[in-house]
Design a protein around this ligand. Structure first.
Ligand code: GTP
Ligand code: MG
Ligand code: ZN
Length: 342
């Protein structure tokens, strides 16, 4: 490594470039460098993302430019939006405008849980829903294992509590659908950021994908938060057996007892300790069916290994599931694909 390779943090990605905030300001007091990626990083299959610790060399101080030469190992990774070394995942959904969709929320929570980091659920736009309904959502989420924060960037409700959470050291990332008010809440906490916000539109009051790239902002010394572009349909894990660990209420239940079969997928099977009498059972079942449908699709391409929780039948994989549920899932998947816009 060249002697001058300087440590820094990737704070924004713009097309093929990234902005690196240097740990120590350099010549002329330059604090940030616009950097390209060395092809060496690309060849080892490593892609840089916001939150990555890197080393920069080839610095041109006059132009404030450099090249990322080394990517340091990551502590954690959120897949989409891509943010490395996250220490808190903040899932933001609006209580209204757009209407809160529990399945979409569950998919965001699953993505957040898969980082292995703490997850904070934020219900935004509290001013858009009667308080009794807001409280009902809060109670429901608490039963799932998420003591949610309720906020309104318009009235200022809950912003103090959110501000304290985001002032904790580390990298927090805001993720959620477009138009729920992620950028608005950052403006509410730090008005000088003047982030662009966009009105929701259409019958479904969808957002307009106003934020276009991931960027880190400082909330307090050592505390950063990433604003990210909203999207509608987070990916699920590839292995059906992984899903239960991504539902806190299932984790809790399974920590107290075991199902009769070690490969139980908790679908009301005999000897299942979880049962079906829990609020998110239907949502869990839909996600599981989607994971299985995706695994089946993948298995049709040759050379794919068999997945646990599935069995080989002729040329295809069969889930250990009620076949009627599987049929439903394909239909639903098609509908979702058709309605998806990002
Ligand atoms: N009534 C109300 N409207 C809000 C609130 N917060 C945000 N909005 C509005 O919701 C719309 C979307 O806000 P944004 O902050 O752009 O949403 P976003 O989540 O950043 O959206 P993307 O960048 O597209 O992912 C804007 O018209 C905001 O003015 C709120 O607390 N109450
Ligand atoms: Mg935004
Ligand atoms: Zn079970």
């Amino acid at each position: 490594m060249a002697v001058e390779a300087l440590p820094g943090l990737v704070v924004a990605m713009v097309a093929n470039f990234c902005w690196v905030a240097l740990d120590q300001p350099g010549t002329r007091g330059v604090e940030r460098l616009l950097c390209t990626r060395r092809t060496r990083l690309g060849k080892s299959g490593q892609t840089i993302c916001v939150g990555d610790r890197v080393r920069v060399d080839g610095v041109d101080w006059a132009q404030a430019r450099g090249a990322v030469a080394v990517l340091e190992p990551r502590q954690s990774l959120l897949n989409r939006p891509a943010v490395a070394n996250v220490s808190l995942v903040v899932v933001v959904v609006a209580l209204a405008e757009p209407t809160l969709d529990p399945l979409q929320l569950t998919r965001f929570l699953i993505t957040a849980e898969s980082t292995g980091q703490p997850v904070l659920l934020v219900f935004s736009k509290a001013d858009c829903l009667p308080m009794a309904e807001v409280e009902a959502w809060r109670t429901r989420a608490a039963a799932w294992g998420y003591p949610a924060l309720v906020i309104s960037s318009q009235s200022g409700m809950g912003l103090g509590a959110l501000s304290s959470r985001l002032a904790e050291p580390g990298i927090a990332v805001l993720c959620g659908p477009s138009g729920v008010g992620k950028s608005s809440l950052l403006n509410g906490l730090r008005p000088e950021l003047t982030l662009r916000v966009g009105a929701v539109s259409g019958r479904l009051q969808r957002g307009r994908h106003t934020t276009r790239h991931v960027e880190l902002f400082s909330m307090a010394p050592g505390a950063l938060v990433a604003d990210t572009p909203g999207f509608n349909r987070p990916q699920l894990p590839g292995d059906p057996a992984e899903l239960s660990a991504l539902f806190p209420e299932l984790r809790q239940c399974l920590s107290q007892g075991s199902c009769r079969f070690s490969n139980c997928l908790h679908q009301g099977d005999p000897g299942c300790v979880v049962g079906t009498a829990w609020d998110r059972y239907g949502l869990y079942s839909q996600c599981l069916a989607d994971v299985i449908a995706e695994a089946e699709r993948q298995s049709r391409s040759p050379g794919r290994p068999e997945l646990p929780g599935l069995r080989q039948r002729g040329g295809r994989l069969e889930p250990r599931l009620d076949p009627s549920l599987r049929q439903g899932s394909r239909k639903r998947q098609r509908q979702e694909e058709m309605s998806e816009d990002s």
